[in-house]
Design a protein around this ligand. Sequence first.
Ligand code: NAD
Ligand code: DAU
Length: 331
Amino acid sequence: MRVLVTGGAGFIGSAFVRRAVATRPQTRVTVLDALTYAGNLANLAPVRERIEFVRGDIADAEVVDRLVAGADLVVHFAAESHNDNSLRDPAPFVRTNLVGTFTLLEAVRRHGVRYHHISTDEVYGDLALDDPAKFTPETPYNPSSPYSSTKAGSDLLVRAWARSFGVAATISNCSNNYGPYQHVEKFIPRQITNVLCGIRPKLYGAGANVRDWIHVDDHNDAVWAVIDRGRIGETYLIGADGERGNKAVLELILELMGQPADAYDRVADRAGHDLRYAIDASKARAELGWAPSYLDMRAGLAQTIEWYRRHEEWWRPGKAAVEASYAEVGQ
Ligand code: NAD
Ligand code: DAU
């Protein structure tokens, strides 16, 4: 099978590619990635000789058409992915997440290629902190940020192209991922690398907001389950019952890194900050026979911390610029 992976030099896409090469020798992988600030060829170093890499933009119809024509399957990870960035400058989010997805959909439609769309639980908005409800595939879309609204828009484009043009598409909406190779702008790697640099970790507001954490390898196993066994036209929610408050996650990081529980700063809250995400993944579990393997976040986090300790050369070059840009907005 010839698979075109967009965004394969980013956090989740590169884990997908490394795993595909390791576990699916019959799969030929081509990565299309623009290498924005978030893309890093070093993420693909372990498999570089065994894949084709094309540096290019998913909104470039010519390069997209050529690569899609040679593929049996497109797995679309590429996106502008960080909420805080979308609050500072939404323009690249509209271009990549909406125009880029549109460009891919037109190409898979022309060439009759199977398409899997990677999306997020944030398209559903947020839940109250004291509400036992979780997101299901029937929850109405209600995105809050420029990031999540462009992801929601891209999901709707996929649904329309499936219904109106018969594109063979599936969608998966996953909760917050953690693991190695995640950019230092994101919550968990930012705090780990802050501790490693001697900078105090930064918690937005009171840290009461809840995220539903899943290890990146569990996410990608679920993506393969959708590709292998998912029904065309369907949406699958992916999560590992990993709800935790931000303060609790930070305290766990501090404990695992041998720091006092209060060795952090409270900083300005995110505008429009979603309160709580929680995924009901029962459809994926029942229909696809998928289940997460990382059931202990403490163990998963300890492994992740160890990875950042051992790979300072990977995260150090971008760290100062990320902190400087947070400092500008009091975070
Ligand atoms: P990331 O920011 O680490 O990586 C994004 C990748 O896309 C980078 O390699 C970047 O260079 C590439 N890219 C950006 N714009 C591009 C363009 N115009 N053309 C080609 N390549 C481009 O993101 P991530 O965290 O790995 O997220 C991957 C996907 O998973 C996204 O679609 C995101 O919405 C979704 N998702 C992420 C999470 C999470 O917790 N990180 C959870 C659920 C869903
Ligand atoms: O839910 C899935 C989404 O998870 C994905 O679609 C996004 O691509 C991904 O970035 C992530 O979005 P979040 O906004 O939830 O992740 P982030 O790592 O930016 O923040 C996690 C929580 O931690 C959030 O409540 C904000 C808070 N936070 C974040 C940073 C960077 C802090 O308290 N301090 C920080 O320094």
